[in-house]
Design a protein around this ligand. Structure first.
Ligand code: DC
Length: 231
C-alpha cells in the first residue's frame, strides 16, 4: 500500500493531535504537530523578553528567527513526537497559557510562517505523514490525499482542554480557557496569510458526540476506502 499524506486542520482544541497521533500509530506514519512549531517560536520570544504584556514588535521576532532550531523526537513511552527547541525538550512548556495567549499573533507574522512552512514541507516530502494545524490541507500540502477539517462544540472543546491542563498540574479557570480558544479561533480564521479555512476537498469531522475510538474507526475506514481506490 503506497503511503499517503494526511492533513488535519480545524479549530483550537478539537482533538486534532489526539486523532493525528492515533492515526500515525496505526499506519506507522510520522506525526507532526505544526502548532508546536509556532508555539516554539512564541516560547523563544517570551524567554528573550521580546513579548511583553501580550505585545511585541514583529521585527524583533523576525530578527531572532535564525537562532531558532527545531527538532522532533519520537518518545516511545508516550507514543508521541516531542518538540525540541535548540536541543531542549519544551513539550510541556509549549502548552502553558502564556504561550497559548500569544501564539496566534506570532503565527500571523509572514516571516515566521515562511520558516515554519519550509520545515513542514521538508518533513512531509516523502509522504507517510499525518500533520495537524490550521493551513495544512489548504496551503502546506494542497495535494494531500486525505484532508480532514475538524470541529466540535466550543464548550466541549473547552472542557477537554481544561481537563487536560488540570491533569498537567496547571490551574486555569474554565472561562479563561474558553476565552483563549475563542480568541484564537477568531484570530486564526481572520488573519491575512493562510487563515484557517476548510479546504474544498476536506471532509468535515464534527466530534462533539464522538469518542476517540469512534472517531478513529471512522477515519480508518475513510483511509482504507481511499487507499483501495488509489492503489
Ligand atoms: O494547534 P495549536 O493550538 O497548538 O496551534 C497553536 C497556534 O499556532 C494556533 O492558534 C495558530 C497557529 N498555527 C498556525 O497558524 N498554523 C498551523 N498550521 C498550526 C498552528
Amino acid at each position: 500500500m503506497s503511503k499517503i499524506t494526511i492533513a488535519i486542520d480545524g479549530y483550537s482544541s478539537c482533538g486534532k493531535s489526539t486523532l493525528a497521533k492515533a492515526l500515525a500509530g496505526k499506519l506507522g506514519y510520522a506525526y507532526v504537530d505544526s502548532g508546536a512549531m509556532y508555539r516554539s517560536v512564541t516560547l523563544h520570544a517570551l524567554r528573550q523578553g521580546i513579548i511583553k504584556d501580550h505585545g511585541f514588535i514583529a521585527e524583533q521576532i523576525i530578527k531572532i528567527l535564525p537562532e531558532i532550531n527545531l527538532s522532533f523526537k519520537f518518545n516511545p513511552g508516550t507514543g508521541s513526537s516531542e518538540t525540541f527547541l535548540n536541543g531542549e525538550n519544551v513539550e510541556k512548556e509549549l502548552r502553558h497559557m502564556i504561550v497559548s495567549e500569544n501564539v496566534s499573533k506570532v503565527s500571523a507574522i509572514h516571516e515566521v510562517r515562511v520558516k515554519m512552512i519550509a520545515i513542514q514541507r521538508e518533513l512531509g516530502k516523502n509522504k507517510g505523514i499525518v500533520m495537524d494545524g490550521r493551513d495544512i490541507g489548504t496551503n502546506v500540502f494542497p495535494d494531500a490525499e486525505l484532508k480532514l477539517f475538524m470541529t466540535a462544540d466550543p464548550d466541549i472543546r473547552t472542557q477537554r482542554r481544561y481537563d487536560e491542563m488540570l491533569a498537567k498540574g496547571q490551574h486555569p479557570t474554565f472561562l479563561d480557557v474558553k476565552k483563549n480558544l475563542l480568541d484564537r479561533d477568531y484570530e486564526d480564521t481572520h488573519r491575512k496569510e493562510n487563515p484557517l479555512t476548510q479546504a474544498e476537498d476536506a471532509i468535515v469531522l464534527d466530534n462533539t458526540e464522538l469518542n476517540r475510538e469512534q472517531q478513529l474507526e471512522y477515519v480508518m475506514k475513510l483511509i482504507t476506502d481511499l487507499t483501495l481506490s488509489v492503489n
